[in-house]
Ligand binder design. Structure first.
Ligand SMILES: NC(=O)c1ccc[n+]([C@@H]2O[C@H](COP(=O)([O-])OP(=O)(O)OC[C@H]3O[C@@H](n4cnc5c(N)ncnc54)[C@H](OP(=O)(O)O)[C@@H]3O)[C@@H](O)[C@H]2O)c1
Length: 245
């Protein structure tokens, strides 16, 4: 995968490099000879590899995140920042089927990772996006975060946290346009992807609609390459089609 719209020797960072999609994105960016370095952030970072510099961060540790972001930014302006973190289920956390099971702890945990976390990453990374050529901040959202597209209900906390993320992206994009005219800030929907996050919910998904992380990552990088500053603030699916908020 190549990203010809970014400058030769572009510098990338992926937050969430241990995840299904994050790992696929890191692998593809590191394989691009035009990429100088990909900083690969995770709670438990992997080993260094060609063009790949692992670093540690935890979205629940605001101070540690600021330090990690500062260390990444110290290497020079970034051309591509991808936020591939997210949570849908976990110990004591499952997407709600009814409003009767809503609880504050699930909302707090889900919002911390899916909305507040990416907002804090934006705080530290948007100011260090390159101003000399096209640069991109892209956060992985989810189509279910679209309010106008919500026809099936359920998954209250996840949906609401992704809707909040989309609003954060939109709001940051407006400010960014005034500060860096070559930069974009977008939300992306990767499709339904075969990762740990979707594993318990794949039974109703036909094989041709379930992407491998590699294929989804390639689609997303292709979309990023085709978007321009006029698209900043938008929400786009894996095939480049805009998703209404
Ligand atoms: N898979 C799909 O079908 C699908 C569909 C629509 C949208 N998405 C979105 O795509 C993104 C990536 O999802 P995925 O499918 O790749 O899921 P995944 O394999 O479960 O990866 C989730 C990532 O988030 C990280 N993370 C969770 N809590 C964290 C914390 N406190 N601090 C730092 N990192 C944390 C995980 O790190 P650890 O390894 O340390 O847990 C992991 O790297 C998510 O935003 C998801 O909502 C996925």
């Amino acid at each position: 995968m190549s990203l010809p719209s970014l400058r030769e020797g572009y510098r990338a960072v992926v937050f969430g490099a241990s995840g299904g999609l994050g790992a696929a994105l890191v692998r593809q960016l590191a394989a691009d000879p035009r990429c100088a370095v990909v900083h690969a952030g995770a709670r438990t970072p992997g080993p260094p590899a060609e063009r790949t510099r692992p670093f540690a961060f935890d979205l629940n540790d605001e101070e540690g995140l600021a330090e990690a972001a500062g260390a990444v930014a110290a290497g020079g302006p970034l051309d591509l920042v991808m936020v591939a973190t997210g949570v849908l289920h976990g110990e004591g956390l499952a997407p709600e089927k009814t409003y009767r099971s809503l609880n504050a702890d699930a909302f707090a945990r889900t919002f911390a990772i899916n909305a507040t976390g990416p907002a804090l990453i934006a705080r530290h990374m948007l100011p260090v996006l390159s101003r000399e050529s096209k640069s991109v901040f892209a956060a992985l959202s989810a189509r279910v975060g679209s309010i106008s597209d919500n026809r099936s209900g359920g998954w209250h906390a996840y949906r609401a946290s992704k809707a909040a993320l989309n609003q954060i992206i939109r709001t940051c994009a407006i400010e960014l346009a005034a500060r860096n005219r070559l930069a974009l800030c977008v939300a992306l929907h990767p499709g339904t992807v075969d990762t740990g996050l979707s594993k318990p919910f794949q039974s109703g998904v036909s094989a041709d609609r379930l992407f491998s992380p590699y294929d989804s990552g390639a689609h997303l990088l292709g979309v990023i390459d085709r978007l321009g500053p006029a698209d900043s603030g938008g929400f786009f699916a894996w095939d480049g089609s805009p998703i209404p908020y």
